[in-house]
Write a protein that binds this ligand. Structure first.
Ligand code: S3P
Length: 445
């Protein structure tokens, strides 16, 4: 994705009931991790169902630049031959992670445990995001980071530690990216690296590390937190990874089907890891008809088929401790809240300010420009649902895929069409979004 691309606007208009079955692309978090762990493992990792979105393709390129052999062998089928823990080679040029905070931050952790120097960069959105939260623990482990930008922002150059130290680290905010960066660096350290988080964040790194042969122990910590201890210097062995469909991508057709009256759709193979299902819990509390069938699992990651039907929704209060399990879904939840009857209060959303855009402001702006009453009070978002959305607005996407897809979902049921100023960034996570939604009956023009 280059910033100089011409914007590609799109309009979504009131559509008839959505029908049919769809499989959204592979989970983004698991796709990044499969490539990175595959690159750090000895032997072959075969990945099926990889998300072939721009964010993940940038991680694939970075792993190649660091010395792993990464090949596409078929449709969403990939093969990685890794270099072994601490085995990365110095890349020839800067590693460009485009729009992806996850790819960049996890790779920083992985590089911190190899005695090499690498420069990390990204697009204007990623360059504006905080990196201190990753740099701080990696420096404690012995890495050195040079950035001439305030807050340690990109571009930055990281010198990995020759003899990394195992640390005990309490994450300052609940973030799977911080946790994962520390654990990935801890792979090269002797002894036990421990991460303590006050609220449990997604645990795909822990599950996949175990799947690749590492010893990792997770214990409860306080009311909502976890303590994760990794034994360093394991022999990571390549292992097959089947990537389930991404619940954060399924969220868009799911909410669209809920708000377009008479809809009845099925979404297959959707990952149901409980640390990712806060949106489903919340939508059910709002009165959504969401059924779960054929629950099954692979490598510790469960998945299911969801049947979603158009539903009358009511406003609810979403507690702050639910935020880590639905951190990427508040935009589209706000769309559901706008179509609901009554007030929805979403609490504790400070982390939304440092995503691909300031999502707290962007969500409020998306709703306001389409005639929905919304308020930001500190870290809380309050949406006044009136059972319908006037629409008619042009939504600024701010280089943020999820703003674009949320606004388009909203336009499928609003009184007047909703326009997004640029759909280009949808390709970072859900390249097939527009054609897939059209197949279900969505009207875009
Ligand atoms: C992700 C973690 C979350 C999430 C992001 C993916 C991951 O970020 O917002 O889209 O794969 O680890 P934080 O860890 O910053 O909350």
């Amino acid at each position: 994705m280059t910033d100089s691309n011409q914007p590609t606007p799109l309009q979504a208009r009131k559509s008839g009931a959505l029908h049919g079955t769809a499989r959204v692309p592979g989970d983004k978090s698991i796709s990044h991790r499969a490539l990175i762990l595959g690159a750090l493992a000895v032997g072959e990792t075969r990945i099926s169902g990889l998300l072939e979105g721009e964010d993940v393709l940038n991680t694939a390129k970075a792993m190649r630049a660091l010395g792993a052999k990464v090949e596409r062998t078929g449709d969403c089928e990939w093969r990685v031959h890794g270099v072994g823990v601490a085995g990365f080679a110095t890349p020839e040029g800067p590693l460009d992670f485009g729009n992806s905070g996850t790819g960049c931050r996890l790779a920083m952790g992985a590089v911190a445990g190899s005695p090499i120097v690498a420069t990390f960069d990204g697009d204007a959105s990623l360059r504006s995001r905080p990196m201190r939260r990753i740099v701080d623990p990696l420096e404690l482990m012995g890495a050195k980071v040079m950035s001439s930008h305030e807050g340690g922002r990109l571009p930055l150059t990281l010198q990995g530690a020759r003899d990394p130290l195992p640390i005990l680290y309490r994450t300052p905010v609940p973030s799977a990216q911080i946790k994962s960066a520390v654990l990935l660096a801890g792979l090269s350290a002797p002894g036990v690296t421990t991460v303590i988080e006050a609220e449990a964040s997604r645990d795909h790194t822990e599950l996949m590390l175990q799947h690749f042969g590492a010893t990792i122990v997770t214990e409860a910590e306080g009311a909502h937190g976890r303590k994760i201890s990794l034994t360093g210097q394991p022999e990571l062995r390549g292992a097959p990874v089947v990537v389930p469909a991404d619940p954060s991508s399924a969220a868009f057709p799911m909410v669209a089907a809920l708000v377009v009256p008479g809809s009845d759709i099925e979404l297959t193979d959707v990952m149901t890891n409980p640390l990712r299902t806060g949106l489903i819990t919340t939508l059910r509390e709002m009165g959504a008809s969401i059924e779960e069938h054929d629950v099954r699992g692979d490598a510790g990651e469960p998945m299911a088929r969801f049947r979603v039907r158009g539903s009358k929704l009511k406003g609810v209060e979403v507690p702050p401790e639910r935020a880590p399990s639905m951190i990427d879904e508040y935009l589209v939840l706000a769309v559901a809240a706008a179509f609901a009857e009554g007030t929805t209060v979403m609490r504790g959303l400070h982390e939304l300010r440092v995503k691909e855009s300031d999502r707290l402001e962007a969500t409020a702006a998306m709703l306001r420009v389409n005639g929905v009453a919304v308020e930001i009070a500190g870290d809380d978002l309050i949406v006044e649902g009136k059972g319908h959305v006037p629409g008619g607005g042009v939504v600024a996407t701010h280089m943020d895929h999820r703003i674009a897809m949320s606004a388009l979902a909203m336009g499928l049921a609003s009184d007047k069409p909703v326009t997004v100023d640029d759909t280009a960034f949808i390709a970072t996570s859900f390249p097939d979004f527009v054609p897939m939604m059209r197949r279900l009956g969505a009207e875009f023009g």
